[in-house]
Design a protein around this ligand. Structure first.
Ligand SMILES: [Zn+2]
Length: 142
């Protein structure tokens, strides 16, 4: 399975991860047709370097903003300030939203941030192939 992420979003994920470090950052990615074009950073209510919790009202607001643009939530994102971009046991346990990808940006190597994606199936995380693509021009005719 493939996921396409526009360059501007890929950059925004790394920037958000860096701003929040040493705490975890989190947010929601939206788009359509497997192509991620928007990122909404949300507050990590846990204010922790090892886990994150997003407020439901923040998530609703982000999803509503996506829908207003004709987009859907495609991925749930968080950062790992010091560990690899792999789903931790806790991440897997909390990954209960069906039909979305889980993205993790790791700053374990601060000079080479890495974003990886997973889908959850049968309680386990399966890697996605992530392609970074050119940012689409604004001004979709709607
Ligand atoms: Zn995690």
């Amino acid at each position: 399975m493939n996921l396409y992420i526009e360059q501007a979003v890929a950059d925004a994920l790394v920037a958000a991860a860096r701003r929040a470090a040493p705490l975890e950052a989190c947010g929601l990615c939206g788009g359509r047709d497997g192509r991620v074009s928007v990122f909404h950073e949300l507050a990590n209510r846990d204010a922790s370097g090892e886990h994150f919790t997003m407020l439901p009202e923040d998530q609703f607001a982000a999803v509503k903003a996506m829908r207003a643009k004709g987009l859907a939530m495609l991925a749930i994102w968080h950062s790992h300030p010091a560990t690899p971009a792999r789903m931790s046991d806790e991440d897997k346990k909390l990954a209960y939203t069906p039909g979305v990808a889980y993205l993790i940006t790791s700053l374990a190597d601060p000079s080479a941030p890495q974003t990886r994606g997973y889908t959850m199936r049968d309680g386990d995380a399966h890697p996605l192939v992530i392609h970074t693509i050119e940012t689409q021009q604004q001004g979709d005719a709607t």
